[in-house]
Design a protein around this ligand. Structure first.
Ligand SMILES: [Cu+2]
Length: 432
């Protein structure tokens, strides 16, 4: 959307404006239900023991398609994509029991973790008459199981995914995020003091893609050349825009539980409670996803589970305009709205006048859209009588999306796919 800081101005400004306009014209403003999930929807327990089923199910895409997927789901409830977000402390012993309901063997690789064991013995690559069949011990098809244990690695974010027939099974959806926290410091991203974040504003972007032709072939048990995939859908946490901005746990996305609408609060200088949000990027796909959060740059503080620091622990974190996450890689970033120039705590983050009615688009119902204006919101009394205001409390939205623009589509239709919104709430907060 429109930029207020010179370091974020894109050469593709017309595109950005187009995105902004399209979004304003087509997007319902996300609602925050009373049951809204605050913070990361972690699975965590004192025993650090988890049980997941590898199973099949379906996800929906914004264009009305339904896609056959495989995924790691909990033992209770239905299929979900991606796998549960597992949260543990660094150094603890973690147990993950994988139960396999699929028609072929599958497994889980826990990259970056230590002392990996499977069914009590050191985890090993598997071979058969054709050569390497799995990067680690697998659970046999049709109700086989395997129990993995490991010592959680250094604090950060990790991908867990299938190590069996990886090109196929990863594409089918067998992946998830593992969050490792510094012991006793759940409000820090890593062991560094400067990694503190607001725990009510912690997010995962698990990025992946789907070739629906391949998924249809797998569903119908037909052969498919996995070296010839052409992705048509691009997911953040198993959803495509605009589903990405729907709440976590949205009832109408029963197998896609995780939203990715990031909510920020403006930075308050001198307030020790004014902490940034934490966004954890995980690439669960096979290509790079050059992800661009508009507005302020994000500060990269952890990469692949390692704090970004130099010799002697010197701070080597850096601000980044575009977070380019490679396959299997992760990056943790602090995200804070710093705009003391324009935002002094009042409801309107950008001091722009409300557009005249003739510059607004009203309808098709009672809603109003302000074209090409960075400020979405009129408050009661500012908008014409009988017209619904565009936002809830004077908040402000920016787009965040893959800058490989074919990844910001739903089967070729712009804009969608790997795209979400960042919402900046007024300093006083929102009632909901
Ligand atoms: Cu952009």
């Amino acid at each position: 959307m429109n930029k207020t800081r010179s370091n974020t101005v894109l050469s593709a400004a017309p595109f950005v404006l187009a995105v902004a306009t399209v979004l304003m014209l087509t997007m319902p403003v996300p609602s925050t239900a009373a049951t809204a999930v605050v913070g990361l929807p972690c699975q965590a327990n004192a025993a650090n023991t988890f049980s997941v089923d590898a199973k099949s199910g379906y996800v929906s895409t914004p264009d009305g398609n339904s896609i056959y997927m495989w995924g790691y789901s909990g033992n209770t409830g239905g299929f979900q994509l991606p796998g549960p977000m597992l949260c543990v402390d660094s150094g603890v012993t973690v147990t993950v029991v994988l139960h396999n309901t699929l028609l072929e063997a599958t497994s889980i690789v826990f990259a970056g973790q230590h002392h990996l064991r499977a069914n009590g013995h050191p985890a090993q690559p598997q071979t058969d008459s054709t050569g390497l069949s799995s990067l680690t011990d697998s659970a046999p098809a049709l109700n086989g199981s395997v129990t993995y244990t490991f010592t959680a690695g250094s604090p950060g974010t990790y991908l867990y995914e299938s190590g069996t027939d990886v090109a196929k099974q990863r594409e089918m959806g067998l992946s998830g995020a593992l969050v490792v926290r510094p012991p006793g410091q759940p409000d820090h991203a890593n062991a560094r003091a400067d990694s503190a974040f607001d725990t009510s504003r912690e997010y995962v972007y698990l990025l992946s893609e789907v070739d629906p032709d391949m998924h249809l072939a797998v569903e119908r048990n037909r052969p498919f050349d996995v070296t010839r995939t052409t992705a048509r859908y691009f997911f953040i946490n198993g959803r495509s825009m605009p589903d990405t901005i729907a709440p976590t746990g949205a009832a109408w996305l029963p197998s896609q539980p995780y939203g990715s609408l990031v909510r920020l609060k403006p930075f308050v200088p001198g307030d020790p409670n004014s902490r940034p949000a934490l966004v954890r990027y995980v690439n669960a796909g096979s290509v790079n996803y050059p992800f661009h959060p508009h507005g302020n740059d994000q500060r990269v503080i952890t990469e692949d589970g390692q704090a970004v620091q130099g010799a002697g622990g010197s701070d080597a974190s850096y601000d980044k305009f575009l977070i380019d996450v490679g396959p299997g890689q992760t990056a943790d970033t602090l995200d804070q709205w710093v705009d003391s120039e324009h935002w002094n705590g009042d409801a309107n983050p950008i001091p722009v006048p409300l557009p005249q009615l003739q510059d607004q688009i009203v309808g098709p119902g009672t809603e109003t859209w302000f074209s090409e204006n960075p400020y979405l919101g009129g408050q009661p009394g500012e908008v014409p009588a009988g017209v619904v205001r565009n936002n809830q409390c004077g908040e402000y939205y920016m787009v965040a999306h893959s800058h490989a623009l074919e990844q910001a589509t739903n089967y070729g239709a712009s804009f969608g796919g790997m795209m979400t919104l960042v919402r900046i709430d007024p300093a006083a907060g929102c009632p909901s």
